[in-house]
Design a protein around this ligand. Structure first.
Ligand SMILES: N[C@@H](CCC(=O)N[C@@H](CS)C(=O)NCC(=O)O)C(=O)O
Length: 231
């Protein structure tokens, strides 16, 4: 995807989280993009992105990056109160562990959305090979996700459960300000990055379900305005 497409820096919720946090902390950085996450394996043996290099030292994992950025900046995404701080991290983890798992399912495995997404996964591949590669990666993702809880009861059940999460978030989200109060925290950056990845034109069913929750949508817009690097 082009940088900034749909107002996002990345199609990865974890990379989006790191970009937003770097912007919040006003820390300059150079982005180094490879076609596949495993392209950075020399920095993260798990073959995952994001990895942030600080003075040449790799910091893999978006949550570890948020923790490290706190040491590098005089701004903070952590509430001062320990109980609130614990709660903010728990919401950040809810984004990673619960909401993020729906993103590949929505883009790769949902028949309604695959045609809108598949070209992202064959960028740079010669034309005659494109559909072969797209179908191969789709098959592999399907195999991996079939074993996960998210799809154990089938696609319809997954989307019913996704809507139940949205209802719970809509009941919890503040009508004004941010997730934990007046200040932006890791809860906002973490939850936002996962939900916003499905609030885009290539997953229209999810975008519409999210936007129906108007208080949630209003909070997403506020977090976006506070963390989007418009330059
Ligand atoms: N817990 C990690 C998860 C990172 C992750 O799953 N990244 C995806 C991109 S969205 C990836 O690199 N996937 C390739 C793979 O798992 O092989 C984090 O928070 O950074």
């Amino acid at each position: 995807m082009a940088d900034g497409e749909y107002g996002l820096k990345s199609l990865s919720p974890f990379c989006e989280k790191a970009h937003r946090a770097l912007y919040f902390h006003k820390l300059d950085y150079i982005r180094n993009h490879t076609g596949r996450p495993s392209g950075h394996k020399q920095y993260n043996p798990a073959g995952q992105v994001p990895v942030l290099l600080i003075d040449g030292q790799p910091v893999p994992d978006s949550t570890a990056i948020l923790i490290r950025l706190e040491e590098l900046s005089d701004k903070t995404l952590l509430p001062a109160d320990p109980a609130e701080c614990g709660e903010a991290w728990t919401w950040e983890e809810f984004g990673d562990s619960v909401i993020a798992q729906y993103i590949p399912v929505a883009r790769w495995l949902d028949e309604r959305h695959w045609p809108l997404n598949k070209h992202y996964y064959s960028q740079g591949v010669p034309k005659p090979l494109k559909s072969f590669i797209e179908n191969l990666v789709r098959k592999n993702v399907g195999k991996a996700y079939a074993k996960r809880d998210v799809l154990k009861q089938g696609m319809d059940a997954a989307w019913a459960e996704f809507e139940r999460h949205l209802d719970n978030l809509e009941a919890r989200v503040p009508a004004t300000g941010f997730w934990m109060g007046d200040a932006l925290t890791v809860a906002d950056i973490g939850l936002f990055s996962c939900i916003q990845e499905l609030r885009i034109p290539t997953t229209p069913w999810h975008r519409d379900r999210i936007n129906e929750r108007v208080t949630l949508a209003g909070w997403l817009d506020r977090v976006d305005a506070a963390t989007a690097d418009k330059h």
